[in-house]
Write a protein that binds this ligand. Sequence first.
Ligand code: SF4
Length: 183
Amino acid sequence: MGVNSKIEWTHHTFNPWWGCVRISPACKHCYAETWAKRVGMDDLWGKDAPRRFFTDAHWKEPLKWDREAKAAGERRRVFCASMADVFEDREDLNAARERLWLLIEATPNLDWLLLTKRIRHVRKLSPWRGKWPTNIWLGTSTENQLWLNRRVEHLLEHDVAVRFVSAELTCPQESATPNSRIR
Ligand code: SF4
């Protein structure tokens, strides 16, 4: 399935930046933070930590994927983001986020899977005001029924082509109380 992704349900992965801050119990096992540290990026997680941004070459890759999908006569999926949360509300992320929205609009042969734990920020941070591009799938990840209940109502506010939920398991003790603020 994956063209440049090892994830079996997507063809590609794209990250507008790397880095995030924990917001709920499932973040305790954040594979992205673990992976970043494994490759020597120790300082990208946390409220005041910097984020890692990318060059123009990185941003051109989805344009190539779009051309390839068109030539193959098929739609291809892009998972966004595996190393960040696209809807983290930080001012220094706004430029990359705006660039991402333009990129999504410029790649109509790709279906963009936007997965976030900050689903309640989508209305504020997305530009489409209810008229979503048809190549966006919007999803939220959740670790238990409590967090699903909190997030799914925000997911249902958005009339996108596909809405989805990603279930992440944690042990009951870790996931019992939603005691973290959503940033
Ligand atoms: S929201 Fe996602 S990327 Fe951010 S810390 Fe939590 S699990 Fe990691």
